[in-house]
Design a protein. Structure first.
Length: 132
């Protein structure tokens, strides 16, 4: 119970229901439940550490990009094991074509590459931001 002059703030934790989240809620959920590889990459991309502003979990059309630099029109995607299953690669190709039609270049890495070879991943991203 709050004393005089104090406010009581109640936090309600809502468990996300797949397929029922708004776009904003979905992106927030993805940020809160990011993978180790995504957290590691964000540590290096945030605050213009590569000289370019990146944002996390950005919606472009019907898709949510892992990382996106609006000024350079570059999307960085980290793919888990499910991206190598039958059918998922085809959906990724459709997605990449959609993004290319909006002048967005997609650079993809596996989670494993990010975790084991992060310096090489960062070098490729840095080169992409320079138009190389």
């Amino acid at each position: 119970m709050a004393g005089r002059g104090e406010r009581v703030i109640r936090t309600i934790h809502v468990r996300p229901v797949p397929g029922r989240l708004s776009s904003l809620e979905f992106r927030r959920h993805l940020r809160r439940t990011s993978t180790d590889a995504e957290r590691l990459l964000w540590k290096h991309l945030r605050a213009r550490r590569l000289g370019v502003k990146f944002r996390r979990q950005v919606s472009v059309g019907p898709y949510t990009l892992d990382f996106f630099s609006p000024e350079r029109r570059i999307a960085v995607e980290l793919d888990g094991g499910q991206h190598y299953e039958a059918g998922v690669r085809d959906r990724d190709e459709v997605r990449d074509a959609f993004l290319a039609s909006r002048d967005i270049r997609v650079v993809r890495f596996s989670d494993r590459e990010m975790l084991l070879e992060h310096e090489a991943v960062l070098q490729v991203i840095w080169q992409a931001t320079r138009g190389e």
